[in-house]
Design a protein around this ligand. Structure first.
Ligand code: ADP
Ligand code: MG
Length: 242
């Protein structure tokens, strides 16, 4: 296959004599992810296939597996299990098996909210959960690299959000700039969660203090890492939200 057309994998297919395909979970630029059940245990997993045209030598797959392994103690990141090979229509594919996350994408979660947005207080909780989780990644001098509402799965909300991140992007060996990009992406997610441009002018001061009008230099002047952002959220003056 030389294109990014859908891979010929369907519910009921058996992969590597080990996994039954349940459904397609989603896909994007680099590949497709399937929800599967391990035949021997009944345990559900996610299998990520990279389009051969995107990853002809499995370099992306190996990089992603190693990165997930390095971040295995970061509870916000999905857990890597193993890699497997399977032959489909006479072509061999290598795929990555990870934990399956039974939740909904942040994008869909926001879509389901009244007015498609969160209240300022809910959004602060969301941002706090994201910043605390990503802080553990930045502590390891690592970065996510592709933070947006399609790569964040919401497992539970309420007073506290429980979140998982999928799909990291390889920009370079970790640099300060990659960590800064994560911080700016976090603020952007928060900005969108409270309603984006349309509602920004009327947001409480506390929200504007965090978003900094989305100006990168201002954001990074305040928050060098996700940890700094988390600390800021824990002492922010919330009175204007009342
Ligand atoms: N471990 C997982 N558990 C549940 N759903 C997942 C998992 N990994 C990915 N997904 C779903 O599949 C979609 C595509 O996966 P992703 O890794 O983001 O691939 P792409 O690089 O093609 O964007 C995600 O947006 C999410 O909906
Ligand atoms: Mg993705």
């Amino acid at each position: 296959m030389t294109t990014t057309d859908s891979l010929p994998i369907y519910p009921g297919d058996i992969l590597s004599e080990k996994y039954e395909v349940l459904r397609l979970l989603g896909g994007g630029w680099e590949g497709q992810v399937y929800h599967v059940r391990e035949l021997s245990t009944g345990i559900e997993r996610a299998c990520k296939f990279f389009y051969p045209v995107r990853d002809p030598k499995n370099r992306l797959l190996v990089w992603y597996a190693k990165k997930l392994h390095k971040l295995r103690h970061c509870s916000i990141v999905i857990q890597y299990q193993t890699q497997e090979k399977t032959v489909i229509e006479e072509r061999e594919y290598t795929y990555l098996v990870s934990e399956y996350v039974d939740g909904i994408l942040l994008k869909e979660f926001l879509r389901r909210q009244p007015g498609h947005r969160l209240t300022a207080f809910q959004a602060l909780h969301l941002l706090h959960a994201l910043a605390s989780g990503i802080e553990t990644i930045h502590h390891l001098r690592e970065y996510h690299g592709d933070l947006h509402a399609d790569n964040i799965i919401v497992l539970r909300s309420g007073l506290r959000f429980s979140l998982k991140l999928v799909d990291m992007y390889r920009w370079s060996t970790p640099r300060q700039e990659n960590i800064q990009d994560d911080v700016c992406d976090l603020i952007r997610i928060f900005y969108d969660a409270v309603g984006g441009k349309r509602f920004y002018a009327k947001q409480p001061e506390a929200i504007k203090e965090i978003c900094c009008g989305l100006r990168r230099s201002l954001i990074l002047g305040k928050f060098r890492t996700a940890g700094h952002l988390r600390e800021f959220l824990e002492i922010i003056e919330l009175e204007p939200l009342a």
